[in-house]
Design a protein around this ligand. Structure first.
Ligand code: OGA
Ligand code: MN
Length: 203
């Protein structure tokens, strides 16, 4: 069993979130970063706001570019991560008595200066996103480069730097958060664990 899973389940149960360093090893992150096609702008599209029924592009809210991923077509180094998410779903279902069934995941690039304003990941019209899981892919991130994930907790805010290999997992219905602008490109794989099967994403 993956030694990090228990810490994730405990963090979720106690605080509604967990931060795990080295969820992917340096070697596993490097293999993903070598996939030039994944972050080639030609393969990415502007992220929107809302679900597939009411998708809008609003630069004043979020400025990232995304590339949807799936189990069958993802390159091998990404599959390593997706397989780990499947194992995490099984573990969390057993330990927290949830009934997660699938995930939806995209590769994400925030060009310098872009951000994502404070929001909740669960849509008002669609509550199938139960847990958010973000894996960061940025080597040697410095605090003064900005780009933190800021989580709004009950009595404080918590800033998490998008350091390579780090996983942040939190309750999609409870924890408001934002992405602060950065002075360098910021890469991640962003996902949601769902209580139903994922819809097909249009490329
Ligand atoms: C999101 C999001 C946070 C991050 O894509 O919904 O909030 O740290 N991402 O990238
Ligand atoms: Mn979010």
């Amino acid at each position: 069993m993956n030694p990090h899973f228990e810490a994730i389940a405990d963090g979720l149960a106690e605080h509604g979130y967990a931060v795990i360093n080295q969820f992917l090893s340096q070697h596993e992150v490097d293999a993903i970063l070598k996939l030039e096609d994944l972050r080639d702008m030609a393969n990415m599209k502007r992220a929107g706001i809302g679900n597939s029924q009411s998708l809008q592009i609003q630069e004043g809210i979020r400025g990232d570019y995304i590339n949807w991923l799936d189990r069958e077509t993802a390159p091998q180094p990404v599959k390593v991560y997706l397989t780990r998410l499947d194992e995490l779903i099984m573990f969390i279902n057993q330990s927290l008595y949830l009934s997660l069934k699938d995930y939806e995941v995209h590769f994400t690039k925030y060009p310098p200066g872009t951000f994502y304003k404070r929001h909740l990941d669960q849509f008002k019209s669609d509550d199938h996103r139960k847990l958010s899981a973000i894996l960061y892919l940025n080597e040697n991130w410095k605090e003064d480069e900005g780009g933190a994930l800021r989580m709004y907790l009950q009595d404080k805010t918590l800033d998490i730097l998008p350091e390579a290999g780090r996983l942040v997992c939190f309750r999609s219905d409870k924890i408001e958060h934002e992405v602060l602008p950065a002075t360098r490109e910021r890469l991640s794989i962003t996902g949601w664990l769902l209580d139903r099967l994922a819809e097909l994403k249009h490329l």
